[in-house]
Write a protein that binds this ligand. Structure first.
Ligand SMILES: Nc1ncnc2c1ncn2[C@@H]1O[C@H](COP(=O)(O)OP(=O)(O)OP(=O)(O)O)[C@@H](O)[C@H]1O
Length: 269
């Protein structure tokens, strides 16, 4: 699959954007990730699933630069990624959402979404004082991007509302909006459906598909619930006890005996 592939619904998936090569991650004596390799391709929706404690969050944290792997290499856009701080990874066009919503509760939806533009703001405080006009033009341009994302995710009606007053499902959508405002090349979603009711899950699924379709954003999500991601994803990595036990299309992993056993709690040792 070096040259990409065409999905069942006719979308063209490109070459490799990110490649995880033999990643191992240890926390003292705990091996959270054991020698895992997989790739993420341009334009695809790639899921990482697995039961509790499988190592999904740890893997997402390696991708986002929050954890440095104990062994192995992360390749991004054809180059081995050096040790970077998370904000430097973000500057390379990787944005993420968090499992436990990380928004400013007292701030409005619009202001929260604007924080997603911080990496794009070039004018520092001194520049703002010296060249007020330039800083203002930049602010207007950033606001336009934020407003476009707000329209796209259909949260115009709450743009002035403090986030703390919103129900859970809408907060998750605001978090998605903030990540999108960064105009990422690779969007990482940490359990985007966790804690949602059926209707909220359907809405979130639709928005994830729309983002991928409209902006061509490559998306990697981790999810506990296998059912939720099967309709959404092009390819799925399945983890269990830190190991990769499956990797392929939803149909392939659904019929993989090791995956079935892991979800039924059968030991593979
Ligand atoms: N910071 C840490 N320090 C020590 N151990 C950790 C740390 N983070 C994760 N672990 C351990 O690594 C293993 C994998 O955890 P991780 O949170 O990555 O799994 P997960 O698949 O995301 O689980 P869940 O679905 O419950 O969120 C677990 O045994 C966990 O206890």
């Amino acid at each position: 699959m070096q040259e990409g592939y065409t999905t069942a619904d006719g979308r063209k998936i490109g070459g490799v954007v990110m490649e995880m090569k033999n990643i191992t991650l240890r926390f003292g004596g705990v091996v959270a990730i054991k020698d895992i390799s997989f790739d993420i391709r341009e334009g695809e929706i790639r899921a990482i699933i697995g039961p509790n404690g499988a190592g999904k969050s740890s893997m997402l944290n390696v991708i986002s630069g929050f954890y440095i792997p104990s062994e192995g290499e992360v390749w991004y856009r054809g180059a081995k990624r050096p040790q970077l701080r998370p904000y430097e990874v973000a500057q390379q066009g990787i944005a993420r959402t968090f499992q436990n919503i990380a928004l400013f509760e007292g701030m409005s939806v619009l202001d929260n979404v604007m924080t997603g533009r911080l990496g794009h703001m070039k004018s520092g405080l001194i520049a703002q004082a010296l060249w007020k006009g330039k800083a203002e033009a930049e602010e207007v341009a950033n606001r336009e991007v934020a407003e476009r994302v707000i329209d796209f995710l259909e949260i115009q009606h709450i743009r002035k509302t403090p986030v703390g007053r919103l129900p859970y499902g809408l907060k998750k959508r605001v978090e998605l909006a903030r990540a999108l405002a960064a105009e990422p090349k690779l969007l990482l979603l940490d359990e985007p459906m966790a804690g949602m009711n059926v209707e909220e899950k359907e809405d979130m699924s639709r928005f994830i598909l729309d983002v991928n379709d409209e902006f061509g954003t490559t998306i990697t999500l981790i999810e506990h619930d296998m059912g939720v991601v099967m309709d959404l994803s092009d390819r799925v990595v399945v983890m269990d006890y830190g190991k990769k036990i499956g990797d392929g299309t939803p149909d392939e992993v659904r019929n993989n005996q090791a995956v079935i056993d892991a979800y039924l709690g059968v030991s593979n040792d």
